[in-house]
Design a protein around this ligand. Structure first.
Ligand code: TNX
Length: 482
């Protein structure tokens, strides 16, 4: 039976009370307080395969109560009280109740048949950083709406609350843009994945469906349109976006840094504004990611001209710009968020952005990149940032990572998964798990509560849940799997 201190990410406070276990029976009621109905229904769905329960809005004793209260501060904070007479989940907002339910899920038995007994005691919990993200590259290899939904279900278990979708790159363009139909007709067609895989793109309706599904799991979608580099797919569809207007060949190899929008052409900004307006309209979340990485085919001066025109466009349509940290080579508005992704010990631009009041997302490739191989024998993935075994993903801290970027300047952490070598959801899962739980714990848990030996033990205990759910994971030799 799971114990109260088995939870990933490790909660802020855990007080087991072994005399206070609670057993959920077929008649147990889930009592939804006002505003808690949606999360209560979700909990009932989660419990269904183990024990059928029903949701009621009538107050009463016993059962599992979900309550909103102003005694807890912070939307994602929650507490859980498990006692013999009943269970109470409390939070200031539905997002906190959802986080509480994710904790509760890890305390349930893995398979039907065992008595559904929750270990007694109390948990009080809140996140360290507000942004705990994962990025999925759907440009190099496309993943369908249903596949992305299943990915969302697997990541929310670890209290991940942002899903960054890398929608465009040199190989493919994966989001329909009205008025620019060739983007997806041509660059979302068959053969646009790396090495000729494909086809695939999201229509506006598909994208809205993803945004809604994510929201139902308290996940915010961060759409990325990568520019001024990584735009070959756009230029194949619209040769007018190239310097000389001449057609360019389609490319599905893994090279980077060879394409660029034209910083000096007005037509560039007409295109970019149409795209940003549309993406902003489809996105209820506060962020729009404009890429900005590896613009080796753009001169430094053109990069500055381009970003100086494009950053205000993001603001004009009501969003905060996130960009890979190369973006911080230009003066940023304090709403912009550089995302540090490299392996160097310091980054001057990012530190300067912090002095100017910007927040930062931390994604060092040698720690948080889910596409790095675990070790030399990993068949999937890349190794340009080295091998990233589970201990490397776990044993570091974002507040120590960059000079000039202290704790208060950090919006959060993100684990990017680039898909050059990944063709199936099993591939995506194998690279994600078990490293994502390490990054999730870094983003959520108190620094003082984190401990590698404890994490190894909790990870081993979690693994049968992936197996039961049909989710693939890398059986790292660093963990004593059951
Ligand atoms: C660098 S990380 C890139 C991507 C590649 C990735 C592979 C970043 C901002 N750019 O274009 O897919 O390496 O690890």
């Amino acid at each position: 039976m799971p114990q109260l201190d088995d939870v990933i990410p490790v909660p802020a406070e855990v007080r087991p009370d072994r005399a206070a276990d609670f057993t959920i029976n077929p008649g147990t009621r889930i009592r939804a307080g006002s505003g808690a109905e949606q999360v209560a229904e979700y909990l009932a769905t989660v419990l269904q395969p183990l024990v059928p329960v029903s949701v009621t809005s009538s107050p009463g004793d016993g059962g599992i109560a979900l309550e909103l209260t102003d005694e807890i501060s912070g939307d994602e904070a929650y507490d859980i009280d498990i006692a013999t007479r009943g269970v109470v989940l409390r939070a200031a907002a539905p997002a906190g109740l959802f986080a509480a339910v994710q904790t509760l899920r890890q305390l349930l038995p893995i398979s039907a048949g065992d008595p559904v007994t929750l270990p007694g005691g109390r948990i009080a919990d809140r996140p360290r950083f507000p942004y705990r993200g994962v990025m999925l590259d759907v440009a190099r290899h496309f993943f369908t709406v249903d596949e992305v939904k299943s990915y969302i279900d697997a990541i929310v278990a670890f209290k991940i609350n942002y899903l960054h979708l890398h929608l465009t790159d040199d190989q493919g363009w994966r989001l329909e843009i009205p008025g620019w139909s060739r983007l997806t007709e041509v660059s979302g067609a068959a053969g646009t994945g790396v090495d000729g895989a494909g086809p695939g793109f999201y229509t506006r309706d598909h994208f809205a469906e993803l945004v809604d599904y994510a929201a139902s799991r308290f996940v915010t979608i961060v759409p990325e349109i990568d520019m001024p580099g990584h735009v070959n797919a756009a230029q194949v569809a619209y040769p007018s976006l190239t310097a000389d207007g001449a057609p360019v060949p389609q490319r599905t190899d893994r090279e980077v840094g060879y394409s660029s929008l034209v910083a000096g052409a007005e037509s560039t900004y007409a295109f970019v504004e149409d795209v940003i307006r549309e993406v902003a309209e489809l996105t209820p979340g506060p962020f729009l990611h404009i890429g900005g990485d590896e613009a080796q085919a753009t001169s430094a001066e053109d990069y500055r001209i381009f970003m100086t025109r494009v950053l205000p466009l993001v603001g004009k349509y009501g969003k905060r710009a996130i960009g890979w940290h190369e973006m911080a080579s230009v003066d940023l508005p304090d709403t912009a968020v550089p995302q540090f992704w490299r392996v160097e010990e310091a980054d001057e631009g990012t530190a300067r952005a912090v002095s100017a009041g910007c927040q930062v997302i931390i994604s060092p490739a040698d720690r948080s990149y889910l596409d790095m191989k675990y070790d030399p024998s990993t068949s999937l993935g890349l190794d340009w940032a080295g091998f990233v075994e589970v201990d490397r993903a776990y044993n570091w801290d974002p507040a120590d990572r960059l000079p000039g970027v202290p704790e208060q300047a950090i919006l959060g952490v993100e684990a990017p998964l680039w898909s050059e070598s990944l063709r199936s959801m099993a591939d995506v899962q194998t690279m994600t798990f078990p490293r994502l739980p390490a990054i999730a714990e870094i983003g959520w848990s108190r620094r003082a509560n984190r401990d590698w030996e404890s994490f190894r033990r909790r990870l081993a205990a979690y693994a049968p849940r992936w197996t039961a759910a049909g989710v693939a994971f890398h059986p790292s030799p660093q963990i004593d799997w059951p």
